[in-house]
Design a protein around this ligand. Structure first.
Ligand SMILES: NC(=O)c1ccc[n+]([C@@H]2O[C@H](COP(=O)([O-])OP(=O)(O)OC[C@H]3O[C@@H](n4cnc5c(N)ncnc54)[C@H](O)[C@@H]3O)[C@@H](O)[C@H]2O)c1
Ligand SMILES: [Zn+2]
Ligand SMILES: [Zn+2]
Length: 366
């Protein structure tokens, strides 16, 4: 990771918008690339959690104006394909031919540069820009969470069909897991349990009302069963992904999925937003190299569980979640631990990647 001068992003198509980035987050998803676990090309400008000011619009842009403060969903979507039309903007069929889904600055997600930069080109600007209210600058640490992790955490609860009164277990207390726990509370969960082995992240979860389960100290499945009268949680969220590991750091790609099958009650539902990949040459075992895990299918079937998975369709939720911030009813910036400049990005990657104590979420202000 290095900060370099590169050619400025510019308007390339009539439907583009050019944004001067003022906030751009480092994401746990960026770490998959940082750790060399994807085929991302050298020199790619990363950054898919972006917010800033519109400084130029292409001639075919009608709605978005120069001067607007906007937050950009990490998904780049056209708005007119079969998937976009049905709201599945995480699986756009036209922006990244041969693949369902495009994003800024990400491996396999198309030729788009990211926003960990001064300028960002936003394709289909009218469709992709979420315009922000007058308190946009003052609350930018809140609004920038609408680019990815809050809608993604919310998506986990949507896939798991969390309803008022449900007990919910969330595996992973990174930013995504914390946002899933936060969203579950907003949806009226009666009890939210959060599993991880990082004490600082668990403490943050506790501060928003989740029950921390430290899997370095206890058997997490037993703990969840104990907290739910032996039945298991009504709903479960996977917010770790295939690089799941034990507290000692040994990667075990199937642990979170099987733990969810064991700790969600019969007839419950599981939402999987932690990333799993179809190939991982650096995987810890033969199965995972081909994107497979040994999954407890028998128990999953016996319990009649349901499961949904995939990239979050950010546009499906970002407008409503924005309005909760604007109304003062949500404050997702509780996650932010570090606000740094672009020049400090390389060091920030290194320290966030080590999950150093207190490094929960980094916002860069170019
Ligand atoms: N589906 C989407 O649209 C989408 C969007 C953003 C991020 N993601 C993915 O979500 C996942 C989490 O993202 P993040 O930013 O929170 O990442 P992160 O790496 O900061 O957090 C992951 C957390 O999981 C914990 N963990 C690791 N193994 C565990 C285990 N076996 N049991 C319990 N906890 C364990 C880690 O200690 C860490 O706190 C990543 O896979 C990321 O790529 C998906
Ligand atoms: Zn992200
Ligand atoms: Zn589309």
């Amino acid at each position: 990771m290095a900060v370099k001068d590169v050619p400025d992003a510019r308007i390339e198509k009539a439907t583009d918008v050019l944004v001067r980035v003022t906030s751009t987050n480092i994401c746990g998803s960026d770490l998959h690339m940082y750790e060399g676990r994807t085929d991302v090309e050298e020199g790619k400008v990363l950054g898919h959690e972006n917010l800033g000011e519109v400084i130029e619009v292409g001639p075919a842009v009608d709605r978005v104006k120069v001067g607007d403060q906007v937050c950009l969903p990490f998904n780049i979507a056209c708005g007119f394909c079969k998937n976009c039309e049905r709201g599945f903007t995480g699986f756009c069929l036209t922006v990244n031919p041969g693949f369902a889904g495009g994003a800024y600055g990400y491996a396999s997600m198309g030729p788009y540069s990211g926003g960990q930069a001064e300028l960002l080109r936003v394709p289909y600007g009218d469709f992709n820009c979420l315009r922000l209210p007058p308190d946009a600058i003052e609350k930018q640490n809140d609004y920038v969470m609408l680019a990815d992790i809050w809608p993604t955490g919310y998506h986990a609860t949507e896939l798991a069909q969390v309803e008022p009164g449900d007990s919910v277990v969330v595996w992973g207390a990174g930013p995504v897991g914390l946002m899933a726990a936060y969203s579950a509370q907003l949806r009226g969960a009666s009890k939210v349990m959060l599993v991880d082995h990082q004490p600082d992240r668990l403490a943050l979860g506790e501060s928003i009302g989740a029950i921390p389960v430290d899997q370095s100290a206890v058997d997490a499945v037993e703990a969840v069963l104990g907290l739910t009268g032996g039945e298991g949680a009504d709903k479960g969220c996977e917010c770790v992904g295939w690089q799941a590991h034990d507290p000692a750091g040994q990667e075990r790609p199937n642990t979170t999925m099987n733990s969810l099958v064991q700790s969600v009650r019969a007839t419950g539902a599981i939402g999987v937003v932690g990333v799993f990949v179809p190939q991982d040459p650096g995987g810890p075992d033969e199965l995972s190299k081909d994107g497979r895990i040994a999954f407890d299918m028998g128990l999953f079937f016996q319990k009649g569980l349901r499961m949904g998975s995939g990239q979050a369709n950010v546009k499906r939720y970002n407008r409503q979640l924005r309005d909760l911030i604007a109304a003062g009813k949500a404050k997702p910036s509780f996650l932010v631990s570090h606000e740094l400049t672009l020049d400090q990005a390389a060091e920030a990657y290194e320290r966030f990647d080590r999950r150093e104590d207190g490094w929960t979420k980094v916002v860069l202000h170019p």
